[in-house]
Design a protein around this ligand. Structure first.
Ligand code: MRU
Length: 352
């Protein structure tokens, strides 16, 4: 399996996604500040991977604390969590993971026998549980979504929602992997995904790793391939899904969804429940990260645009729920109206 991130005795080890596909190198983050930096600079990226990385960053920060008493540790813990929460604003998995670590810390710290060491060990265990749960969720999503994909033909994906964006297997690419494992003859079309090129660099790399037939497209080619009948379905991941089913995902997803609707092609979103944000009513309330201009003005260190030209670089857009054929989660496949189906599955899980 592709080792996206891993807890080690020395720190958190990340496959450096800024270097793929040409170099397979690793970065060892030995402090929580370095984990925050690795998330901001997109050495690790993808909503579920960002969440688990932050949880490991929290565990690492506590492990390295020298606080003498629990109240000092609690104050330091708050700083650690706030630092990690300030890295990337759109993927709600980041905030979900930090909130889970905060709750766990509060329970542990309230025990009269708690020590810095006992809390640290329990937080490391919790982060590792989140890692395992993420892989299990991806596999279940794959099982739920596989038969939505065609028996054969082209499936378009945007960005990278694969093993590299999770702890393993992937969300959108997990559904594709599961379909291929069931014998579907799928050919993946991967949008290159300007400006960071997650499709061209990462999706292509990881699918080739698994021998899944893949073709890379420039982002502006999808419409004509759809018109030519080469695309039978679209499946993408998500960074945050609002309570009404609006989906924030990599910039360009919205235009792919409109194109799919125009051509009568199903548009699926695969995401774990940790990506669903029932506290955010609609996509309009989702914060959209603005990335550095240099990601647009430069490629591989070379300037592409005139000096001083004005640049836009929103990292995500919002696809309105009306374009989404189904949302595939580990709890099942949801259909519109999403306000109802999301609330129903949440209530069902709460009574279990
Ligand atoms: O900016 P990135 O590369 O972190 O954006 C990633 C995406 O948009 C993915 O599609 C999303 O996080 C889902 S990953 C399973």
């Amino acid at each position: 399996m592709i080792p996206t991130l891993e807890w080690t005795r020395e720190g958190v080890r990340f496959l450096d996604q800024t270097k793929l596909p040409l170099e397979e190198t690793y970065v060892l983050a030995t402090s929580y500040q370095q984990v925050a930096d690795v998330i901001t600079t997109m050495v690790v990226r993808g909503a579920p991977a960002i969440g688990v990385s932050a949880a490991m960053g929290v565990a690492l920060g506590v492990k390295q604390s020298r606080a003498a008493i629990i109240s000092d540790l609690a104050a330091e813990f708050d700083i650690i969590c706030n630092t990690l929460a300030a890295t990337r604003p759109t993927a709600v998995n980041l905030f979900w993971a930090i909130a889970r670590m905060r709750n766990h810390f509060s329970t542990l710290a309230a025990q009269p026998t708690a020590t810095r060491e006992s809390i640290s060990e329990a937080l490391i265990r919790e982060a590792q549980i989140m890692y395992d749960e993420d892989i299990a969720a991806c596999r279940t999503m794959g099982a739920h979504g596989a038969d939505l994909l065609p028996e054969s033909g082209g499936v378009l994906t945007h960005c990278n929602a694969g093993a590299l964006a999770t702890c393993g297997y992937g969300t959108a690419l997990g559904v594709i992997r599961a379909a291929v494992e069931r014998g579907h003859g799928i050919h993946v079309y991967a949008d290159e995904t300007r400006p960071f090129l997650q499709g061209a660099r990462l999706t292509a790399w990881e699918l080739m790793h698994d021998n899944i037939p893949t073709t890379v497209l420039c982002d502006n080619m999808a419409a004509s391939l759809m018109r030519a009948g080469k695309i039978k379905a679209v499946v993408v991941g998500a960074d945050r899904i609002a309570a009404n089913g609006d989906v924030a995902n990599k910039i360009g997803t919205y235009s792919v969804a409109i194109l799919a609707k125009e051509h009568g092609i199903p548009f699926y979103v695969a995401a774990p429940w940790s990506t669903i944000d029932l506290a955010t009513p609609t996509g309009g309330a989702i914060p959209i990260e603005q990335r550095p201009e240099r990601e647009v003005t430069h490629h591989a260190g070379k300037q592409l645009t005139p000096h001083g030209v004005s640049i836009e670089n929103p990292a995500f857009d919002v696809t309105p729920a009306k374009y989404v054929t189904a949302i595939i989660t580990e709890r099942g496949v949801l259909r519109a109206p999403y306000a109802e189906s999301l609330a129903e599955l949440e209530a069902a899980a709460a009574t279990r």
